[in-house]
Design a protein around this ligand. Structure first.
Ligand code: FE
Ligand code: FE
Ligand code: ZN
Length: 276
């Protein structure tokens, strides 16, 4: 069965997210570990986690995807900001141990004039500091649109980072369909070729999750503006091919489209229809 969910608000805790997921026929979901623009963490309540784990088991909700605040920049020019990124993600990984066996996704970062090579080495250095044996979370680097000095707009850049990570089993990739499209990978006109290229450069065994979004802009626009499924330039047919592709269909899919719950429920139903 298709494994699909959407981004949910974490304001009311894990159990509430689980119940919301069930109510829209989702069997997974994504959430921000803290205010996406800030860094303050929400307190974790053991009772809430316990209730969630029980519900997740009963309703088969797995794997959940935590998303780091996008303000963090592991390759900032400013050492103090790199430290904030490292300490925040380190703390998030500790908190993720309450819900072991899930994913933690982050935007690799913007090198802001330092150059791609310096950026890549700073990101890898951070991962090597915070990823430790015995952790139960897989950290995912998100494919980016390549806007500004963003790292991760090319598969080669993610490969470079992963190559330098010592805890190989603790690191993987989350592919965002809007981002790769905006980055110039034609998933609408040539999905097989993009999948093949991902495999050649990074390896499909490192691909752990997919952000399923349409894009408001044309191929290669490097804009990163998400659209609802079927209302953007990628289109429903192409996204249906993504969720049914033999190399991708077993992965978990997470919608990050501009929607309220009702819209998400509709999109989940649309994608389930495609995957029958
Ligand atoms: Fe993201
Ligand atoms: Fe995304
Ligand atoms: Zn995006």
């Amino acid at each position: 069965m298709l494994r699909i969910g959407c981004h949910l608000s974490s304001a009311k805790g894990f159990h509430a997210m689980g119940k919301t997921a069930v109510s829209i026929q989702a069997n997974t979901f994504q959430f921000f570990t803290r205010n996406p623009r800030g860094t303050r963490a929400k307190e974790i309540k053991e009772e809430d986690v316990k209730a969630f784990l029980k519900l997740a088991e009963k309703e088969d909700i797995t794997p959940v995807l935590a998303h780091a605040p996008y303000i963090l920049n592991a390759c900032s020019k400013d050492e103090a900001l790199r430290k904030v990124a490292r300490e925040t993600m380190e703390d998030d990984l500790k908190r993720m141990e309450y819900i072991p066996g899930n994913f933690y996704n982050f935007h690799p970062g913007c090198h802001v004039g330092q150059g791609v090579e310096t950026g890549i080495s700073q990101i890898a250095a951070m991962l090597n500091e915070i990823l430790k044996p015995g952790q139960h979370t897989t950290m995912l680097l998100e494919t980016m649109a390549g806007k500004g000095s963003e790292i991760g707009g090319r598969f080669e850049e993610l490969r470079e980072i992963l190559d330098r990570v010592k805890e190989k089993d603790r690191a993987g990739v989350c592919l965002d369909t809007c981002h790769v499209w905006d980055g110039g990978y034609d998933i609408a006109g040539g999905l097989d070729k993009v999948v093949w290229e991902f495999d050649q450069v990074i390896g499909l065994d490192r691909l752990k999750a997919i952000h399923l979004n349409d894009s408001m802009n044309p191929l290669g626009s490097r804009k990163d503006r998400h659209a609802r499924i079927g209302e953007g330039r990628i289109g429903y047919e192409a996204l249906a091919r993504v969720v049914t592709h033999p190399a991708l269909r077993k992965l978990p899919f997470y919608l990050e489209t501009p929607n309220e719950l009702e819209g998400y429920a509709k999109e989940i139903a649309m994608m389930r229809e495609a995957a029958v």
